[in-house]
Structure formats: C-alpha cells, structure tokens
Design a protein around this ligand. Sequence first.
Ligand SMILES: [Zn+2]
Length: 305
Amino acid sequence: MLRLLKFTLDLFDVPPVFELPPKAQPKPEPKPKPKLPRKAYKTESEQAALLLPSSDIFSHHQQASQQTRLAGHTVNYELLRSRRRTMTFSVSPAGLSVRAPFGMSQPSIESAVQEKGPWIVRKLSGMQQREERIAALKMDWQAGAQLAYLGGTLQVRVNPQASKHTLTKSEEAENKQVLTLALQQGASDKKIRDATKKWMQQEATQLYTARMNHYAAMLCVNWRTLTLTNANTRWGSAKADGSIRLHWRLMQFSPEVIDYVVAHELSHLRELNHSARFWAIVASVMPDYEVRQKQLKAQVLPPWE
Ligand SMILES: [Zn+2]
C-alpha cells in the first residue's frame, strides 16, 4: 500500500504544466555521450556514415506506443514520460519520439502533438526521403554487383569452375577490378554477399596491418592488436594499450582516406584526446589530413545487406 501511495505521489509530484519549447523548432535531443574510461578513449571524428534504412517511418516507430493522425498520415510514436516540466518532440530514423511530464493527461499530449503537427510531418517527410535515398543505394547482390572499393569500383562475379576467389583488373575501366568468387552458378544473394564480405575482411587485415606498420614507424609508436569492427557508429578507435580497431568497410574508401584513419588512430597512442597537440601529431605525418577527413565524412556507404 505504501508503495502504491508513493507511486501516486510521484505521478502528481510534477505539476502537469505544459509548455512547448521556445518558438524555435525543437532539435532532436542529442544522445548522452557514453562516459569512457580514459584508457578506452574512443574518437568522435570517425563517426561512421553507415546508414540503416528503415521502412515507413511515419507508422513504424520501433518503440511506438501511441498513434495519431496528422495531415492524412497515421503516425505511430514513442511516448516517454519523465520528471520534466515541458514537452519535446524529436524525429530520428526510428520515427517520432514525444517526451512529456509524468502527470500530463493523454488528451493534453494529443492536442500538443496536433499543434506541432506541421513541424512533425515536415520532419518525418524529410527523414523518409533521406531513408528512401539510402534504400535506393541498396546493393543488388545478384548478377555483377558493383561496389566502391579502394577508391575505385569492384565488380563481383561468380565462377563455379574457379578454385578460389580471385581479384583481377577489369578491361572496362582503369580503376575497376573484378572479384571472381568460387561459388555455384545461381548462388543466393546471401552467399555472394557473405563471400564478398569475408574476402574483403581478409584484404582489410592485410592492408591495415601494412599501413599501420608504415605509420607506426613514422609516429614512433607500437600498436599491439588490430581488430576489425562492424559497428555502425565508428570508423576506428584506439586504446592506450595499443589495441586498434578499424571498420572493415573502410576498404570501400580510397587508400588516402584509409591512411588518414590509420594515422589518426595511431596518433592517439601518443595523445589520447583531440587536443591541438594531437592534431599536430597527425599533421606531422599527414600534412593534408583535413582534406582526407572531409572525404571520409562526405562519403556515404549503402547498407551492406
Ligand atoms: Zn580521434
């Protein structure tokens, strides 16, 4: 009984005051940055532009608990209640999230959502278009799939007679290569995709190791381990103990960009932060690092699957 009473008090503890945020359109709340121990310092400049497509974001919020109609669209949204005095609205690739005070009634929330309707629909439409552009980039893994590879193009073919996967130069273009996979004719999308990924990861281990040795010597640092990552959020990270993590899909960037990430991470073995000292170290081995950094940020890779 005591617990129930406490809960009831909590419910009304926060007065159901409803204020829209200031006139400016609310921005999605930034996610709190995870606190990392100093040793596990990870970099932010290597945020990966791997974008995951979602289907109809108007109606499919992953954590949707509420539904409404806005300008002819059915909008499912996530409602998060907390000890707060104001409401906020945010749109992410996952859909619409509404944050509201504990004590606020459902009709009040609904009328606020309606009031913000034009903004919400505009943001959701923009997000939807972005998602569709990404989905349009989606790889077609059948019949001669082509993908970005080391600054050029890689065409994937299947040859049942081949005894192993091989890489050859294409006669069609200077910067085009052909990866012939030793797979059955009519192999499934998944088989082709997985074989390409495995092959590319092997190439990545070789190339990254060579480039890390090259830059480690220039920077007078020792790296200990290389781990390939598949995270959707980071291209690379470094720890003070010399362990380096690099995304295998960096192989789809130019060698110059790969070198930038390698040099960047190895520079962290001397300076575990993004201070001016750190950037001076990067510049000491790569004077044009800023150009490469821009290229890394500009390129968007389609989802692998
Ligand atoms: Zn960094």
